[in-house]
Design a binder for this molecule. Structure first.
Ligand code: COA
Length: 384
């Protein structure tokens, strides 16, 4: 196996993985009772048959926490072992605090830093690349990377050209440093902001803050030029795959599977043709999930691992594109099989106890802050 192009000899392995989806499924035929569309059109143009939709209580953070707990179980590590949490999302819980900080609190990951990564549907590839390089540098050892989305909350449910595409869900990886070669090898990250208008949520930021007018004009929902995004996606996917493979000193013959962003089956078919690769090398599950943006790659990967398609030492290319415009790819050698420690059951019970303690600790901290604020907050301000 080739070493890392950056000359470092510390590797970042994916040693835990997990997913979460909402309880509710929305099928194409149910959608066709909401907007002027039909199952035949959606399947033929996108490959999507159904998607998961979050209810009022299911949020980007709650799905992210569920996926993170599953990933910590697979890795069989404690939340206290985490050095950093990165959440890739376009549907954060709030502008701030970051969704990553809320998840850190819920997990009780008391030694972890936390931040959100905003690169739309390419967010998971960006986050994976950043996490891998921080670990390879030796700065920290254990990173939780989460892609979590509740796109149903920013979809215009009256726009048939976009509402049929998106779904909700979350996926998470635990990355750990090791001297054993493998894990994240190379990445390609790109952006072309001149195409920012092709796919965006126009209002709610500093350019167009929320107002009565923005609400009336439905500017807090996704707008998209589907044809242009389609053209862009088919062009960049194949290029990014070639670039990331060549940066590792490999050829496409060395690659076992491509795990692409699950936007549209036709985009993936076009990339397969362009790369001259058989379609069965591409992991696809958008038929059941739709486009879950930053969550789509871990959701696809976890299914392929669960059904034993992906084996240790397989070389995988994660490739994505999305709003920004952004695109990117990461080459990974899948090196660590699922932990089989005889103490795993006890470790899981311990983790569950830690999650309960984390909730209590968080509630106590909030109450303490309130009481301190009521008793001394004014005095301290007066002193200043
Ligand atoms: N049901 C039925 N008809 C629909 C429809 C729907 N849900 N959505 C659009 N149509 C109609 C259009 O109104 C148009 O009708 P017209 O010819 O009478 O004007 C016709 O279908 C063709 O529309 P068009 O936009 O050219 O379709 P398309 O083949 O480009 O497919 C997308 C539309 C959105 C599926 C496709 O452009 C796409 O997938 N683009 C990429 C989107 C994407 O991946 N975004 C996320 C990136 S991360």
């Amino acid at each position: 196996m080739p070493g890392l192009p950056n000359g470092l000899n510390r590797y970042a392995h994916i040693c835990g993985w997990g997913t979460a989806v909402p309880d509710t499924i929305l099928t194409n035929s149910e959608l066709s009772r909401m907007v002027d569309t039909d199952d035949e059109w959606i399947v033929a143009r996108t490959g999507i048959k159904q998607r998961y939709i979050a209810n009022g209580k299911e949020t980007t953070a709650s799905l992210g926490v569920e996926a993170a707990k599953a990933a910590l179980d697979t890795a069989d590590i404690s939340p206290n072992d985490l050095d950093l949490i990165i959440v890739a999302t376009s549907t954060p819980e709030h502008n701030f605090p970051s969704t990553a900080s809320l998840i850190q609190d819920e997990l009780g990951a008391s030694k972890a830093g936390a931040f959100d990564m905003g690169a739309a549907c390419t967010g998971f590839v960006y986050a994976l690349s950043v996490a891998g390089q921080i670990i390879q540098s030796g700065a920290i050892n254990t990173v939780l990377v989460i892609g979590s989305e509740t796109l149903s909350k920013i979809v215009n449910w009256e726009d048939r050209s976009t509402c049929v595409l998106f779904g909700d869900g979350a996926g998470a990886f635990v990355l750990q440093g090791s001297e054993v070669p493998g894990g994240i090898l190379t990445s390609v990250l790109r952006s072309d902001g001149s195409g920012g208008d092709l796919l965006k949520v126009p209002a709610g930021g500093s350019a167009l803050p929320a107002s009565y007018d923005t609400l009336r004009d439905n500017l807090h929902t996704i707008t998209m030029n589907g044809r242009e995004v389609f053209r862009f996606a088919t062009r960049v996917m194949a290029d990014a795959c070639r670039e990331v493979v060549s940066a590792a000193g490999m050829t496409m013959d060395d690659i076992d599977f491509i795990v692409p962003h699950q936007a549209n089956a036709r985009i993936i078919e076009a990339a397969a043709r362009n790369l001259n690769l058989p379609l069965d090398m591409f992991i696809m599950n958008m038929d059941r999930y739709g486009n879950t943006s930053a969550a789509s790659i871990p959701l696809a990967l976890c299914e392929a691992v669960a059904d034993n398609r992906i084996k240790p030492h397989n070389n995988l290319v994660f490739v994505a594109f999305g709003g920004g415009l952004t695109w990117g790819a990461t080459l990974v050698t899948w090196g660590v099989s699922k932990s089989t420690s005889p103490h795993q059951v006890w470790h899981k019970l311990r983790r569950q106890a830690l999650y309960r303690v984390a909730r209590i600790r968080s509630a106590v901290r909030r109450s303490t802050r309130m009481i301190e604020g009521a008793l001394w907050g004014g005095e301290e301000m007066d002193d200043n």
